[in-house]
Design a protein around this ligand. Structure first.
Ligand code: APR
Length: 273
């Protein structure tokens, strides 16, 4: 493996500092899930009638709630069949090694990191989790598990009347919404761990970025905080992206081209020595 990588890892091990993993859709690609901006990505496909960037908005939800709900329930049904891959397992192993010095910040809503063994306490799901819903009227902050048997595997279909009645808040009876951060909404601490993520970045000595194109603001901010403080940064991706640019520009960075399922186990092994 890359000399630069070994250099970075051995210098990081000398400081025995804090490690943060920042992941995107690319890590789940080897579990069979489409990314967002890839060729068959969700942002390229959308639903039957709407463009994808319209679907993930509160504006669209207000206009056509069950159309939006269906799109998420369909994606959730696909995600539900997926299993964590070697990349997820390696990240779970890093949490076992580094414990309280480890944090995982993920943009993925597929829940595969938790299924792969990372703990909910040390996993910040900054864009939500597709397995949960919450009250549209915010009558409480409760995250409500979506019943497992609400399952739709046809890309274009409709929610049954019976299921619509189950997508309601148990406390006030209002319609629920998917627990997902939409494009016309802002990050916050309460649901998406915004401030805690910034604080974590400001204490991170080694940031490993995996499978993300860098199209959203908080992840880019996290990368800048770590590199501006002189922290180590490793980017793992099939392609050039904003984090590989950041890693190449940083004095303590390295950009690795390849599949996360191949590279992460090797990094976990180096970090476990
Ligand atoms: N290993 C490593 N990287 C991979 C792999 C793989 N096996 N497969 C794909 N990739 C990389 C792609 O090269 C690309 O850079 O994963 C990245 C996926 O990028 P996007 O589709 O843009 O997904 P992501 O960066 O997670 O999107 C961020 O944007 O639309 C919002 O909320 C949505 O959470 C999402 C956020």
């Amino acid at each position: 493996m890359d000399n630069r990588l070994e250099e970075i890892i051995s210098s990081f091990q000398k400081v025995s500092g804090k490690i943060t993993l920042l992941t995107g859709a690319g890590i789940s690609a080897e579990s069979g899930l489409p990314t967002f901006r890839g060729k068959d990505g969700y942002w390229k496909l959308g639903s039957k009638e709407y463009r994808p960037e319209e679907m993930a908005t509160m504006r669209m939800f207000r206009q056509a709630p069950y159309e939006v709900w269906y799109w998420y329930l369909y994606r959730r049904s696909i995600y539900g069949n997926a299993e964590p891959n070697q990349g997820h397992t390696a990240i779970a192993e890093l949490e076992r090694i580094y414990q309280n010095s480890f944090t995982l910040i993920t943009q993925n809503v597929d829940g595969l990191h938790l299924k792969g063994g990372n703990s909910p306490e040390r996993t910040f799901q900054i864009h939500g989790n597709i397995n949960f819903m919450r009250c549209l009227n915010n009558c409480s902050n409760k995250l409500i598990p979506i019943p497992k048997d609400i399952f739709y595997t046809d890309r274009d279909g409709q929610i049954s009347e019976e299921d619509k009645e189950r997508l309601v808040c148990p406390d006030c009876g209002s319609i629920t919404r998917p627990h997902i951060l939409w494009f016309d909404e802002s990050y916050n601490e309460q649901f998406y761990r915004f401030e805690t993520s910034i604080k974590t970045a400001s204490e991170t000595d080694l940031l490993i970025v995996v499978g993300t194109s860098g199209g959203t603001t908080l992840p880019i901010h996290i990368g800048s905080i770590v590199t501006n403080r002189g922290g180590y940064i490793i980017d793992i991706n099939l392609e050039e992206n904003r984090f590989s640019d950041m890693a190449k520009a940083a004095s303590k960075g390295c950009a690795l081209r390849g599949k996360s399922g191949d590279i992460l186990p090797k990094i976990a092994e180096l970090l476990s020595k």
